[in-house]
Ligand binder design. Structure first.
Ligand code: B12
Length: 213
């Protein structure tokens, strides 16, 4: 579909203004918001990621693409959100200290909100202490921790150890995810849940919390 290609092009160029208009057009044409996200925004950011990996583009271009991604998400988000009155559970989420990647974490947040979870987002570069403090205040059923860098993976374990020390480890489920994270790593550090992407996170959490009653 032409408008989806336009969205991909605008994101690749990092044109935030253009992409907002493209998304409005796609919505007016009656394309489902989920399809705009999957075939437009996510396809495009993956292309950007591949080019970055191959050194065909560099951080400034990725930053512009990120800005466009966020601008696009702002337009799309209200259409992705469903009835929030369902309240399936409380989730605290954040990207670990030292890591500034938040696009994926934001997508997990929006997806969980769509499924009726109440989500408190601590943002990116979140310290172990911030995770603990917020867990005490917000009393989440689940803590979701994101990282995209291998160098910050160890921080996920630090949060789990600190939860244990604070005496609240058994009151929450810890869910981890992000590009370098595997099921094996997640289980190795004592997490409860690993999810590959936002959709899987939502479906696994729904099952787990149903079972927990
Ligand atoms: C965009 C991007 C950036 C942007 C981030 C902007 C932002 N606001 O997020 C900027 C330009 C700032 C950036 C900076 C850097 N980046 Co960068 N970046 C990327 C890139 C291209 C895309 C990431 C992305 O947003 N993908 C789209 C989203 C939707 O996908 P996602 O993040 O994977 O999230 C999904 C799943 O992983 C999962 N998920 C994610 N979080 C969570 C959490 C939970 C709880 C769960 C269940 C699931 C889950 O669900 C999500 C949705 O389905 C990746 C390449 C890649 N292919 O991943 C590199 C990449 C992550 N960056 C990389 C690097 C090296 C860097 C820098 C160190 C570069 C530099 N030299 O300065 C800095 C680090 C800065 C820092 N301290 O964090 C490397 C990491 C390598 C490694 N093994 O550590 C990558 C893999 C690129 C590469 N191949 O070299 N980057």
């Amino acid at each position: 579909m032409e408008i989806i290609n336009d969205i991909i092009l605008s994101l690749k160029k990092g044109d935030a203004g253009r992409i907002m208009k493209d998304i409005e057009t796609a919505l007016e044409l009656g394309i489902e918001p989920e399809k705009i996200l999957k075939y437009g925004l996510l396809t495009a950011i993956n292309i950007v990621g591949d080019k970055y990996k191959k050194n065909e583009i560099f951080v400034p271009e990725v930053l512009l693409a990120t800005r466009a991604m966020n601008a696009g998400m702002k337009v799309l988000e209200p259409y992705l959100l469903a009835d929030k009155s369902k309240h399936t559970g409380r989730v605290l989420i954040g990207t670990i200290k030292g890591d500034l990647h938040d696009i994926g974490k934001n997508l997990v947040k929006v997806t969980l909100e769509r499924e009726g979870f109440e989500v408190k987002d601590l943002g990116k570069d979140v310290s172990v202490e911030e995770f603990i403090r917020a867990s005490m205040d917000f009393k989440p059923h689940v803590i979701g921790i994101s990282t995209l860098l291998t160098s910050t993976m160890v921080g996920l374990k630090d949060v789990i150890v600190a939860l244990d020390r604070a005496g609240i480890r058994r009151k929450v489920l810890v869910m981890v995810g992000g590009v370098p994270i595997t099921e094996r790593f997640a289980m190795g550090i004592g997490a409860d849940i690993y999810a590959y992407d936002a959709g899987e996170a939502a479906s696994v959490l729904k099952k787990k919390l149903d079972r927990a009653g």
